[in-house]
Design a protein around this ligand. Structure first.
Ligand code: SF4
Length: 202
C-alpha cells in the first residue's frame, strides 16, 4: 500500500555545504518545515511551503545533479515518515546527512542510524533539551563567551569525531573575535566558518 505520509517542506535547493567537515561538498538540501525549538536569534525560514509524498519527493530530487542529500530544517527529526524516506534515498544510492538540533536521540528517531552523517548543533539557550548521544560532528555558535562551559559539557554528552565552534553572525557582521577567544579556552574544538555567508552562496 502506498504511504500516506506527506512531507512538510520549506524548500529544496542545490548548493555547496557551507559548514563543518563537509564544507564545499555539492549537496541537495531538503529543508523540512517546523522546529521544536524557538531560538530567539533564529534566522532560518522553515515555514511550510508545500507538501510532497515520498514518490513526489523522490521524483522532484531526481532532477538535481547532486547525489548527496542534506536533510535539514527546521528540525528534520520531528518529521513523520523519515525512516521510509531514508530507506528510499539509500536504495537510490544517495549519501545522506542530517542536520539536527540534537533534541531527539536514536530512540525518538531510530532512522538516524541509517544516515551517513549526523551534524548536530545544540543550542546554548536549551541545554536541558539535548538528547543525542553520538554524532559525526557537533557545531556550536559562539554567541558569547558563555558557550565555553556549554561546549565542555557537550563533549561529555555527545560522542563525536569533530567538534566545531562557528562565529556568530550579528545581522551580517561575523564575530570572529568571540569565536577565537572561545576556541582558545577549549581543547579539541576547531573553527567552522560559514562559507555560504562569507562567499555569498546559499
Ligand atoms: S533549532 Fe535551528 S531552526 Fe530551530 S529555532 Fe533554533 S536555530 Fe531555528
Amino acid at each position: 500500500m502506498a504511504s500516506a505520509v506527506k512531507y512538510r517542506i520549506a524548500e529544496i535547493f542545490e548548493s555547496l555545504q557551507g559548514e563543518g567537515r563537509n564544507s564545499g561538498r555539492p549537496c541537495l538540501f531538503i529543508r523540512f518545515a517546523g522546529c521544536n525549538l524557538k531560538c530567539p536569534w533564529c534566522d532560518t525560514d522553515f515555514t511550510e511551503r508545500f507538501t510532497l509524498t515520498k514518490a513526489e519527493l523522490l521524483k522532484e530530487i531526481s532532477g538535481y545533479r547532486a547525489k548527496s542529500v542534506i536533510l535539514t530544517g527546521g528540525e528534520p527529526t520531528i518529521q513523520k515518515g523519515m525512516a521510509e524516506l531514508v530507506a528510499a534515498l539509500k536504495d537510490r544510492g544517495y549519501w545522506i546527512a542530517v542536520e539536527t538540533n540534537a533534541t531527539n536521540d536514536f530512540d525518538a528517531a531510530p532512522w538516524l542510524v541509517f544516515v551517513d552523517y549526523i551534524a548536530c548543533s545544540p543550542k546554548l539557550e536549551f541545554p536541558e533539551a539535548v538528547r543525542l548521544s553520538r554524532a559525526d560532528e557537533v557545531r556550536v555558535v559562539a554567541s558569547s563567551e558563555s558557550v565555553v562551559e556549554f561546549c565542555r559539557g557537550l563533549m561529555k554528552r555527545i560522542e563525536a569525531t569533530d567538534y566545531y565552534v562557528s562565529p556568530c553572525d550579528h545581522d551580517g557582521e561575523i564575530d570572529f573575535a568571540t569565536a577565537k577567544s572561545v576556541l582558545g579556552q577549549l581543547a579539541g574544538w576547531s573553527l567552522s566558518v560559514q562559507l555560504h555567508k562569507i562567499l555569498g552562496f546559499r
